[in-house]
Design a protein around this ligand. Structure first.
Ligand code: HEC
Length: 159
């Protein structure tokens, strides 16, 4: 799957374009809408990963169709072009408690892209594996979780 490219490209765009994007009178509204959209995307990641994680742990009975659906959703979500959700000027330094996004996202060169790529790659592998049995799902979930956590460790304000 070509999942990695769009997220990575989106974040790259966000880092290079748009310093003027928030400079008009609608700045706050536009900024908060972008924050809300990316937080909603993250919630959808978590919802779908929660289904897969529940099955991996045995808390939810394994079902191939449900596993495949959740994994495909996750792969689709992680391949979305998120460019407009990460405009410069929407870090937690600028917007305070409205966002947990650290300024490093916009200052870290290619590293945040690598983090996005690693989710896209891991969720594409999960989408291949999840419908084929619990062992395959279990084998794929570590890399997905690691890609979420790896990005959060560096780019999200700790709670
Ligand atoms: C490329 C970096 C990156 C990746 C990959 C990533 N996240 Fe996030 N996540 C963030 C950032 C940054 C925030 C803070 C966003 C904000 O508050 O504006 C966040 C916030 C969240 C939130 C809180 C959302 C809210 O309502 O405030 C959840 C839940 C979450 N992530 C789950 C996940 C899961 C599950 C995955 C993996 C499937 C994942 N994230 C992958 C960077 C990432």
């Amino acid at each position: 799957m070509k999942t990695g490219i769009t997220l990575a490209t989106g974040l790259a765009f966000a880092a290079t374009l748009g310093t003027a994007a928030l400079s008009d009178g609608h700045a706050d509204k536009a900024a908060l809408a972008a924050v809300k959209a990316r937080q909603a995307t993250m919630q959808l990641y978590a919802f779908n990963l929660g289904i897969l994680g529940g099955m991996a742990k045995g808390a939810i009975e394994y079902n191939a169709d449900a596993a495949s659906a959740a994994a495909t959703n996750l792969a689709s979500l992680s391949s979305m072009n998120q460019m407009a959700m990460w405009p410069p000027g929407t870090d937690n330094g600028a917007l305070g408690d409205a966002t947990a996004a650290l300024p490093a996202i916009w200052n870290d060169g290619g590293k945040v892209m690598e983090a996005g790529m690693s989710l896209a790659t891991a969720s594409a592998a999960m989408a291949e594996a999840a419908g084929g049995g619990l062992d395959g799902l279990r084998g794929a979930i570590g890399a997905v979780g690691k890609s979420c956590g790896g990005c959060h460790d560096t780019y999200r304000k700790p709670k």
